[in-house]
Design a protein. Structure first.
Length: 283
């Protein structure tokens, strides 16, 4: 009787393990098929968009200085790639420098706003008012103050990327369950331990949301500053090509901006996934 019962349990257990393994394999295959379909869908969408663009330009005989064909842009990108790459590195350095400074200063200010309530009440209205002003208006002033070099581009990139990092990080640190803070106080944890064990981990999702908003803004800031006055960078190249009605080169520069922006955003997303492995959404 005991042996039969043990045998039944063993057989059931084996069947369940087999079923669980089969379910897991099916789930994995489903996820992989969805990923493949997503890649295929994006590929098909790009082919349709660029194919329609190419066809419409050729059918209606649109002149290249008004709207070049994607094939002409591709040829120009290949032919001018050394020049495009040189200007891309400059814009990339300006954007990343402004973003890095905004991240450091923004997170530090967010910590101060959380731990010093009086400072929060004084500083936040000014931050909101500063954010309401179009940053493009500061570009000529930054050129006058800092010159035509990369300093003025980094400064404008920093100014545009700064606000979302401060607000998101401060919100993430401030909006924590009061019970968690009370628990750490009952355990006689120091403020430094509360900061490292509670506030920082709970603020990371909101902080990375701010980073993902700020990174494209930092790129925009650097390029806008290059539009105003510069001797190098993709913004300068776009303005110079536009003056010469070299629309093909303008589109090639825009293509480079799109490519390196997507690469930077993908890298930031992978860093977020690595840091926030504990989140259910990441798993």
């Amino acid at each position: 009787m005991t042996e039969a019962r043990v045998g039944d349990v063993t057989e059931t257990h084996v069947a369940q393990v087999w079923e669980d393994g089969t379910t897991e394999r099916r789930r994995f295959e489903f996820i992989r098929s969805v990923a493949r379909n997503k890649i295929a869908a994006h590929t098909i969408a790009l082919v349709v968009i660029f194919g329609a663009w190419e066809a419409l330009v050729r059918i209606f005989g649109i002149r290249s200085y008004l709207l070049p064909t994607p094939s002409a842009v591709a040829v120009e990108t290949v032919n001018s790639f050394p020049i495009l790459l040189n200007h891309t590195w400059i814009t990339l350095f300006e954007s990343l420098s402004g973003f890095a400074i905004a991240a450091i200063v923004g997170v530090a200010l967010a910590v101060l706003l959380v731990y010093v309530p009086l400072l929060r009440g004084v500083v936040m209205p000014y931050l909101v008012a500063f954010n309401a002003v179009p940053k493009v208006a500061f570009a000529p002033l930054l050129i006058i103050w800092l010159g035509l070099g990369i300093e003025s581009k980094i400064a404008l990139s920093f100014m545009i990327a700064f606000f979302p990092i401060v607000v998101n990080t401060a919100t993430g640190m401030y909006e924590i369950e009061p019970n968690l803070i009370n628990l750490t106080r009952l355990m006689k944890a120091k403020k430094r331990q509360q900061f490292l064990k509670i506030r920082i981990p709970h603020s990371l999702p909101a902080m990375f949301d701010g980073f993902k908003i700020a990174l494209p803004l930092a790129i925009i800031g650097a390029i806008v500053a290059e539009f105003v006055a510069s001797r190098e960078g993709l913004g300068y190249l776009i303005v110079a090509a536009g003056v010469q009605t070299n629309t093909v080169l303008v589109f090639a520069a825009i293509f480079m901006i799109v490519v390196f922006s997507l690469i930077l955003f993908a890298v930031l997303t992978r860093v977020e996934q690595g840091v926030l492995r504990w989140r259910p959404s990441a798993r």
